[in-house]
Design a protein around this ligand. Sequence first.
Ligand code: ZN
Length: 79
Amino acid sequence: MAKKCKVLDCRWFPADIPCEFAISGNEEEVLNIAVRHSVDSHGYRDTPELREQLRALLRDDRRKRAVYLLRDERRKEVA
Ligand SMILES: [Zn+2]
């Protein structure tokens, strides 16, 4: 079975700095990159608490990807 694809958008995170950062991939990948991003760009400290906070924000990528595909198809039809 394929691993579930997760997506994380920095706008869901209650950060002081508005940020457009978004990533998708498998859960551990997304989490690792998100932690690094939070540390590098937002000055958070890499703690288990931060990791859990980020994990709680992860969403299933499936629906979002379907929406992207629909938009792409429409764009092609218009062009
Ligand atoms: Zn960010």
